[in-house]
Ligand binder design. Structure first.
Ligand code: MN
Length: 223
């Protein structure tokens, strides 16, 4: 995987040895009606917060690892002791993935990809309409809890993929361009069992300016 995340906000750097809950770049109510305020509040201040708390708990007494970003921990699990590896994998993943998810959305911003990202979606995924269909289908098929992603491989080719639990495709060398959370806690209050309705409505709050910037950074030639 290219070294691309040194100054990435979702590297999730600790402050004074402790991981801290990501601040949202908008209010909990700002994505309504597509994602209601109550869902956002619980998702952010209870679910995401619990992953941060459990990550800090797992790292207690491991001073060398407490200085590392959650992103680094995810990509270097072989350096994490066996006794805390599962907790670190799940909770560092929960922290990073939710940060990426919050930043994938916005109450404003472009609702379609542009520039090089739009061209790459046309080239690799058959266009925006086909991409959205593939992304929704993949999200619907995640069995249990997980995530659906638009990723770029080392050569810059885009694909849609999914992960279970809080795994992140970067562990397999794939760069996350866009992500949606398909855990039930992301949609159950509003949509109950209808995950497909949530996936379909989600496009109305996706921030394609952000995705376009992430993609451009990743595909830019190394300085
Ligand atoms: Mn979640």
């Amino acid at each position: 995987m290219k070294e691309f995340l040194a100054d990435e906000p979702c590297a999730c750097e600790p402050m004074g040895g402790d991981h801290i809950l990501t601040e949202l770049p908008y209010k909990h109510a700002s994505l309504a009606p597509h994602i209601d305020e109550r869902t956002m509040q619980i998702h952010h201040t209870k679910h995401h917060a619990s992953y941060v708390k459990k990550l800090n708990g797992a790292l207690e007494g491991h001073d060398d690892l407490r200085e590392r970003s959650a992103w680094w921990l995810l990509l270097n699990l072989e350096s994490v002791p066996e006794s805390i590896k599962t907790a670190v994998r799940n909770n560092a993943g929960g922290h990073v993935n939710h940060c990426l998810f919050w930043h994938a959305m916005s109450p404003s911003g472009a609702r379609k990809p542009s520039g090089a990202l739009a061209q790459a979606i046309d080239r690799d995924l058959g266009g925006f309409t086909e991409f959205k269909k593939a992304f929704e289908d993949a999200g619907k098929k995640v069995f249990g809890s997980g995530w659906v992603w638009l990723v770029a491989d080392d050569g810059g080719t885009l694909r849609v993929t999914t992960t279970l639990g809080h795994d992140n495709p970067a562990a397999d060398g794939l760069f996350p361009v866009l992500v949606n959370d398909v855990w039930e806690h992301a949609y159950y209050l509003k949509h109950q069992n209808e995950r497909g309705n949530y996936l379909d409505g989600w496009w109305a709050v996706v921030d394609w300016d952000q995705a376009t910037r992430r993609h451009a950074r990743y595909t830019a030639p190394a300085p």
